[in-house]
Ligand binder design. Structure first.
Ligand code: PLP
Length: 422
């Protein structure tokens, strides 16, 4: 038995499913999880001493690579002055300034401790601000695990929601309306039917939780237009795309001006941070300047602020277009190799993110993503992992590259893919 397997066995007696977040258990790829002992740059080292080239990158945050020297130094230096104050500190102001400077749609920002808190709080603010209840989300969109977002469609009827998990009352998700990503007509219909009570549309401007799915030309513009017309807020969930699709996020890349933006992952540089921000007029409704309540004991935590600030400072100097071009070339070659083996592959790519779907169908929404052959993915995942390549353990996730990934990493990954048999 490996050390990872021993730890997983023990974890199973202490932690539900042996993990603190479900996908990590690697159930859908029929593997045990690897327990990570350390990480640096593009690599992970397991408790068994095996090294992996990492394309999960902590599910997105580590765009600079693991254990970046400036980020690690900022955390260590800050820790010498205390780890939590529960009172305002300078670093909060500095990180807020860096976020406002980077993200075009954000005039004011509130720090929280996770992406889930960011989206949950943004929705509360949208409801408090508009006085309406409804929220439109998209099938296959993930906005964290707050009740309102855990809804999926019943019998393909987009206007009716059923809870996606036990423990979420139907009463809570009855205000959650669903449409397919990239289907502007469906959103228009929802507004025509129920526009009087729709507080917000929440969307990942580039979807990253059904695998990577890009917005069709006009989709995001259409959402902007419809929300304005009906007095609803447009919330961009940029927890994945923020500081990754471009330094200013997807909104800067696509030139769309959302009312509210949710951030997470990269903004914390690997520490627990989320944030939501937007127009000054809307954000000033949050307590204590307004009456929409939201709070947090560890919000604005100095270590987390230091990690985020060091990350943003280092990212501001990076060459995003170059990483995008390298990721495109690398994932394109990966696609060619797999196609050469006779399996159908559709590749979606933007910036430092890509997904290879094992399907011929163009992937534009959740149903088309679901046409992918999960058996082929499991086989690919297992064979790549056996060769030291660490991919997300689900066909509906993204692969992330980072500024630490070298051409040698890519070449080794392609070499492994050449040896895969279907
Ligand atoms: N929003 C998006 C787009 C995400 O991908 C995630 C997490 O993966 C979240 C929100 C929730 O963030 P967290 O896991 O930090 O609560």
């Amino acid at each position: 038995m490996t050390i990872s397997q021993e730890l997983f066995q023990k974890a199973g007696t202490l932690i539900p499913g042996g993990v603190n977040s479900p996908v990590r258990a690697c159930k859908s790829v029929h593997c045990d999880p690897l327990f990570v002992a350390s990480a640096g740059g593009s690599k992970l080292t397991t408790e068994d001493g095996d090294e992996f080239i990492d394309y999960v990158m902590s599910w997105g945050p580590m765009l600079l690579g693991h254990n970046h020297p400036q980020v690690a130094a900022a955390i260590a230096e800050t820790a010498t002055r205390g780890t939590s104050f529960g009172a305002p500190c300078r670093l909060e102001v500095e990180l807020a300034q860096a976020v406002v400077d980077a993200v075009p749609g954000i005039d004011m920002v509130r720090m929280v401790s996770s992406g889930t808190e960011a989206t949950m709080s943004a929705l509360r603010l949208a409801r408090g601000y508009t006085g309406k209840n409804g929220v439109i989300k998209f099938h296959g969109g993930y906005h964290g695990h707050a009740d309102a977002f855990l809804a999926s469609a019943g019998s393909g009827v987009a206007t009716q929601s059923i809870p996606g998990t036990p423990g979420v009352p139907a009463d809570v998700v009855k205000h959650t309306l669903l449409a397919h990503y990239n289907d502007l007509d469906a959103v228009r219909t929802l507004f025509e039917r129920q526009g009087d009570d729709i507080a917000a549309v929440i969307v990942e401007p580039v979807a990253g939780n059904m695998g990577l799915v890009l917005p069709k030309p006009g989709f995001l513009e259409g959402l902007r237009e419809l929300t304005r017309k009906h007095g609803a807020l447009l919330i961009f969930d940029e927890v994945i795309t923020g500081f990754r699709v471009s330094f200013g996020g997807a909104q800067a890349a696509f030139g769309i001006d959302p009312d509210l933006t949710c951030l997470g992952k990269i903004i914390g540089g690997g520490l627990p941070v989320g944030a939501y921000g937007g127009k000054r007029e809307i954000m000033s409704h949050i307590a204590p300047s307004g009456n929409v309540y939201q709070a947090g004991t560890l919000s604005g935590n100095p270590l987390a602020m230091a990690a985020g600030l060091a990350t943003l400072k280092a990212l501001a100097k990076q060459d995003y277009p170059a990483l995008a071009a390298r990721t495109d070339a690398f994932s394109g070659e990966l696609e060619n190799i797999l196609r050469g083996k006779g399996v159908p592959v559709t590749r979606n790519h933007i910036a430092s993110i890509f997904t290879l779907f094992f399907t011929k169908t163009p992937v534009v929404d959740f149903p088309s993503a679901q046409t992918a052959d999960s058996k082929a993915f499991v086989s690919f995942y297992q064979q790549m992992r056996a060769q030291g390549i660490y991919l997300a353990p689900s066909g509906f996730e993204c692969a992330f590259t980072s500024f630490a990934h070298s051409e040698q990493d890519f070449e080794r990954t392609l070499e492994a893919a050449r040896k895969v048999e279907f």
